[in-house]
Design a protein around this ligand. Structure first.
Ligand code: NAP
Length: 242
């Protein structure tokens, strides 16, 4: 089978490697934003398709038989494009998405839908650990009445003003280190996306232990698709077992 995986996640790499092992012709598509990305086995293409119609054209011209959306839960545009392109081309789509985190009993989470709302939800004087990535960073940095610790894997294009500090680090993070960070930096608020998965989950438990308030930005809506949350379930859903 010729399979296109929309990737950019550890899960997408894992699935690509497994499908190559099973003998399929796999192409993984990456947006091309990360320097030196870890690559899966199989073919790799870099860069956008030119919207949903560009992706539908690509599916047709390359003779793709299965489409997998294994992008990050917050790559909402790409996921919506995958739904539209699958409908337009008739190529079966499976969405492989890690489950979201659930709010534990007693945890103090404020639910918002955008970075703008999240920035507005911060009280003046808050000491914030910001873990929402590059998107919407300017909204938070605009809160000069707060003290921001901005944790990113790669440095942002924008310079940090005096009330914001960059912390360059890379997951996985563990509970002991996350708790120590919150304590050392006297963090009062954690702003996060609901990325799911184990690699960055410890911050939520640390926040609960340290009475740090969580501002949780909800996942975007992508449109309907057959959705799974494991490699094996994806293989079954793609009907590639036989
Ligand atoms: P996005 O906002 O949903 O997508 C914006 C545009 O980038 C899309 O319209 C598409 O361009 C292009 N694009 C996105 N993912 C692509 C892919 N896998 N292959 C080819 N083109 C892609 O996406 P994003 O949030 O910027 O994420 C970009 C990539 O980083 C994704 O692959 C995602 O899995 C990964 N990632 C994102 C996050 C996050 O928090 N958003 C975290 C970790 C990894 P065209 O319209 O031209 O096709």
């Amino acid at each position: 089978m010729k399979i296109l995986i929309l990737g950019g996640t550890a899960e997408a790499r894992e699935l690509a490697n497994r499908l190559v092992e099973l003998g399929h012709a796999v192409t993984s598509s990456l947006a091309g934003r990360t320097q030196n990305p870890t690559l899966p086995t199989g073919a790799v293409r870099l860069g956008g398709f030119g919207g949903a119609s560009g992706l539908a054209d690509y599916l047709g011209s390359e003779g793709i038989e299965r489409l997998v959306d294994a992008t990050h839960p917050y790559a909402g545009i790409m996921s919506a494009n995958a739904v539209a392109a699958a409908a337009a081309s008739g190529v079966p789509l499976v969405r492989y998405m890690r489950p979201s985190w659930d709010q534990p009993e007693g945890a103090d989470w404020t639910h918002v839908t955008t970075a703008t709302e999240a920035a507005a939800a911060l009280p003046a004087g808050a000491r914030v650990l910001l873990t929402t990535g590059h998107t919407g960073l300017a909204e938070f940095v605009g809160r000069s009445d707060c003290c921001l610790l901005v944790r990113l894997i790669e440095a942002p294009a924008m310079a940090m003003p005096p009330h914001a500090r960059l912390l360059q680090d890379r997951p996985p993070y563990d509970l002991a280190a996350e708790t120590a960070l919150l304590e050392r930096e006297k963090i009062t608020h954690l702003v996060t996306k609901n990325s799911g998965g184990r690699q960055t989950m410890a911050k939520l438990e640390a926040a609960q232990q340290m009475d740090v308030k969580v501002i949780m930005i909800a996942r975007p809506a992508y449109g309907p698709a057959l959705e799974v949350s494991s490699v094996e379930a994806a293989i079954t859903a793609l009907a590639l077992n036989g």
